[in-house]
Ligand binder design. Structure first.
Ligand code: SF4
Length: 324
């Protein structure tokens, strides 16, 4: 094969892989939106954009899904410029204008507040996040946004699960959909089924103009990094384990945990229907090898119409419109 043919062959393979990746991410986002009824007819989705790979990918995929979705919704991208030293102010406006999405850049100097209030050497993230959250809720009101979309992915959800177990004594992760702490907003995480390594590759393929996340000079969260390394190491050594762990988050059996608030053990009586697939009390459970196909949402109940489905809701007999 000549050099030119070899280069052509390589380029074709790279294009094929990039298309496969885009399709997979689109499907994961579409499935998550569908499973949790994240986006409904007439929604105005405020996409929070930090300038990192995840939020760029989220915006890109939502814009792509918007074109073929069986429902109408609008998107407004929002970036909070926290006035960190060296923040390249021009990058996001240029990118957002180039993709033709409505956007708002909010300038609030939380960096100075945090530096003033938090003693030297102490971690600044807690106050910084609180300030950012308050500003984003206010902006969501100003923009009449009905949903606030955050770019957390499957691995963030699993890392949070372990952090809560290891340091918080709680079996708690990061929900794909929740009501905000002020009770007024619906927060969604459309990347909930997406693997971080897919998002990293996607960012490279798409050449997003990434803004570094360490401009504030804060120490990285060491505990989170340790948990991330642990999960990544498991993923490498035990194929399918990470997928299985995520399926576990979607497949909770409160009667087989030990929280009397989650399950009424106190009033448990004989004659109750035993949990299918639950503990048989005397036998040791058998486990099969975890699946390695990367499918993360197999156990989740499916709604009738997917956002990936380009049919109009009226065309589906007896179907439920996505959030309709
Ligand atoms: S890393 Fe910096 S910008 Fe991010 S939450 Fe912490 S203090 Fe804020």
């Amino acid at each position: 094969m000549s050099d030119t043919a070899l280069i052509d062959d390589k380029a074709k393979k790279a294009e094929f892989e990039a298309n496969k990746l885009a399709k997979r991410l689109r499907h994961h986002v579409g499935d998550a939106i569908n499973d949790f009824n994240m986006i409904e007819q007439g929604d105005r989705v405020m996409v929070c954009l930090s300038g990192g790979k995840d939020s760029y990918a989220m915006l890109d995929i939502l814009l792509s899904l918007q074109k073929s979705a069986p429902i109408d919704f609008t998107i407004v991208a929002v970036n909070l410029d926290q006035k960190q030293p060296g923040f390249p102010e021009h990058v996001l406006p240029e990118y957002l204008a180039s993709v033709g999405v409505e956007y708002r850049i909010v300038e609030e100097d939380t960096y100075s507040i945090v530096k003033r209030v938090v003693p030297e050497g102490k971690t600044t993230c807690a106050l910084c996040s609180r300030l950012r959250r308050g500003i984003l809720y206010r902006v969501a009101d100003e923009l009449n946004a009905t949903k606030i979309a955050l770019g957390h992915h499957r691995d963030d959800i699993l890392h949070t699960l372990f952090l809560n177990m290891f340091f918080g004594g709680k079996l708690k992760a990061m929900p794909p959909k929740l009501v905000s702490d002020d009770g007024k907003h619906m927060v969604i995480r459309p990347l909930a089924y997406c693997r971080e390594k897919d998002l990293e590759r996607y960012a490279k393929v798409k050449q997003f103009p990434i803004i570094p996340c360490n401009l504030c000079g804060s120490q990285p969260n060491l505990q989170r990094q340790v948990v991330k390394d642990m999960v990544n190491d498991w993923g490498k050594r035990f194929p399918g384990r990470v997928e299985s762990m995520f399926r576990a988050v979607q497949n909770v059996v409160p009667s087989h945990l030990a929280d009397p608030r989650a399950f009424d053990f106190v009033n448990l009586k004989t004659g109750a229907v035993p949990e299918a697939g639950g503990d048989a009390a005397f036998d040791r459970e058998e486990f099969r090898e975890p699946a390695t196909d990367g499918e993360t949402s197999a156990e989740a109940p499916r709604r009738t119409i997917s956002i990936l489905d380009s049919r109009k809701p009226s065309a589906v007999a007896g179907g439920e419109a996505c959030g309709g």
